[in-house]
Design a protein around this ligand. Structure first.
Ligand code: MCA
Ligand code: AMP
Length: 512
């Protein structure tokens, strides 16, 4: 029978630590009991929203929904009301899961609320280091009545930005989660003995699927930092964690922290695997980390719609700037603007065509790791695939002579990757235009050593003598959408550069 979490259902590692957030943790038996009880309550729900704070409750809530076969929609708890209103309206959850005491904002007010309750006796302390501690109430998760075991059925709806308009809900089937996690296990030699540490948010694929469901599918452990920081990373790696996952901004901040934290480099050097993803890790940070720790950072390339496509393998060579080779089961090809395929992989994983390190094409992928479509958006779903059924990633790449994928750019200049978050210029422009002091707005990404790219805005104010302040505009976007979408640089202009058709010429926006 298809199961996302064999170890949880079989009870084979009942006493092993499954989840740890700060000083609260659950063994597999305890997770099975908590999530199993909640799953029984969710039976019959069409879809549930999860208030995805970086806590044990979020992990238990998502696992419960998956056990019950009810699709879950993780919500960024920092989303502003306009963004939350859109996501709740679009995904129409029948209830929202939250931790007791969480204050839910307006757009969630009309929804039935179910608290994720975890017996404090279960979660207290660090039991896994003390076998024979808190008694486990059960060893295997009972299947919820009506549990869906069909691998094609939806597991999660994850919202992701496009170039224009509000975020779209990517419907991710159970099969895709299983396929991507098993392919990563193969590439990274990832087993139940691994202990993963990270501080990623739990409302995106990276932190939730790879970073929480990944260890649970392997029967291993995850220690979540609650909030990312060099101290927590060093502490957990010193205490036996074997793998670290992060976005490039996190690795950049670790590289910056070597002087301040003398033990950090040694701790990173002891890890079995350091993995970076969600954006490109710059060469300078690769080099600083290797010089200080003796370890190369493994990069993998994925997308909300496709989960993971490629990775450097644990036994492969780390070459900065490359994201490795297609994962088992993933078909990958590079396609030129006119539809010509210039390079691809054969079914046995052999590169073919122009793998010369120079010929650039769009990465297109297919495989069991793909989403099934955007919720309520058949138009956008159709546009995302080629006529012969390949998903168009919008990422431009070359294949190196050795066959590694090297990402060289992105088709859409209106997509910004900041701190590993994908942000559409259009949604920020629309939010800025709703500010009473703004007449015209243009948004683009600018290079940023810490964030990779930062959101920059060019504003034509209604009153050039008294424009709204940059902080005011940043706060306006943060409160409507989310803080990571706020412009970090604001420049005021008398007019935006436009062509004869009235289209904004973003390349001509003044940058100083
Ligand atoms: C600042 N803040 C504000 C404002 N200004 N709040 C409201 N209004 C304002 N005007 C607050 C923020 O809320 C936050 O609060 C604090 O100031 C700092 O915010 P920020 O500067 O945005 O955060 P940061 O410290 O720079 O965060 C860096 C980060 C973060 C930790 C690296 O960017 C991050 O977690 N990135 C991960 C993204 C990710 O997981 N992407 C995966 C998607 P406070 O101080 O209270 O926190 S991609 C994916 O899933 C695919 C499949 C893939 O390949 O992985
Ligand atoms: P998202 O839609 O937020 O899931 O972001 C997916 C995008 O992140 C991809 O289309 C790539 O542009 C980018 N991305 C993810 N991993 C990497 C990586 N290792 N190197 C470069 N870009 C990456």
């Amino acid at each position: 029978m298809f199961s996302l979490f064999p170890a949880l259902v079989s009870g084979s590692v009942a006493d092993r630590s499954a989840l740890r957030f700060g000083d609260r943790s659950l063994t597999y038996a305890e997770l099975a009991a908590s999530a199993g009880a909640l799953a029984a309550r969710l039976d019959g729900a069409a879809r549930v929203a999860v208030w995805a704070t970086p806590t044990l409750e979020t992990a238990v809530g998502v696992v419960a929904a998956l056990l019950a076969g009810v699709p879950a929609v993780p919500l960024n708890p920092r989303s502003g009301e306009a963004e939350l209103g859109h996501i709740v309206g679009d995904s129409a959850p029948s209830l929202v899961l939250a931790a007791p005491g969480d204050v839910l904002p307006g757009p969630l007010g009309a929804l039935e609320r179910v608290d994720v309750t975890i017996d404090p006796g279960l979660a207290a302390g660090t039991k896994e280091e003390a076998p024979g501690g808190a008694a486990a109430p059960g060893s295997a998760a009972p299947a919820a009545p009506g549990a869906v075991t069909d691998p094609g059925s939806p597991a999660l709806v994850v919202y992701t930005s496009g170039t224009t308009g509000p975020p779209k809900g990517a419907v991710i089937p159970r099969r895709a989660i299983a396929a991507t996690l098993d392919a990563l296990a193969d590439a990274w030699q990832w087993t139940g003995d691994d202990v993963l540490v990270h501080g990623l948010p739990l409302f995106h694929v990276h932190g939730l699927i790879i970073g929480v469901l990944g260890p649970l599918r392997r029967g291993g452990s995850v220690r979540h930092l609650g909030r990312f920081g060099a101290e927590g990373v060093a502490r957990e790696l010193d205490a036996g964690a074997t793998m670290l996952f992060g976005v490039p901004t996190m690795y950049h901040r670790l590289a910056e922290a070597f002087d301040e934290h003398p033990g950090l480099a040694g701790a990173l050097g002891r890890a079995r695997l350091l993995v970076s993803g969600s954006a490109a890790l710059p060469l300078h940070d690769h080099e600083r980390i290797r010089a200080a720790t003796g370890r190369g950072v493994v990069e993998r390339y994925g997308m909300t719609e496709t989960l993971m496509n490629t990775s450097v393998r644990a036994d492969g060579e780390v070459r900065p700037g490359t994201v490795g080779v297609p994962l088992p089961g993933v078909g990958l090809r590079l396609v030129e603007e006119d539809g010509t395929t210039i390079a691809w992989y054969e079914a046995d994983g052999t590169p073919a065509g122009a793998y010369d390190g120079e010929s650039v094409g769009e990465i297109q992928v297919r495989g069991p790791n793909l989403f099934t479509g955007y919720l309520n958006r058949p138009d956008a779903t159709a546009a995302a695939f080629s006529a012969d059924g390949w998903f168009r990633t919008g990422d431009m790449a070359v294949l190196d002579p050795g066959g590694s994928v090297r990402i060289v750019g992105r088709k859409a200049t209106d997509l910004i990757k900041s701190g590993g978050y994908k942000i559409g210029a259009g949604e920020i422009e629309n939010a800025l235009l709703e500010h009473p002091g703004v007449r015209e707005a243009a948004v683009a990404g600018e290079p940023d050593a810490d964030l990779g790219e930062r959101v920059a805005a060019w504003i034509v104010p209604l009153d050039l003598q008294e424009p709204p302040s940059a902080d005011e505009l940043a706060g306006h976007v943060a409160n409507r959408l989310a803080p990571h979408k706020r412009p970090r640089t604001v420049r005021f202009l008398e007019a935006l550069p436009r062509n004869d058709m009235g289209k904004i010429l973003k390349r001509e926006l003044p940058r100083d």
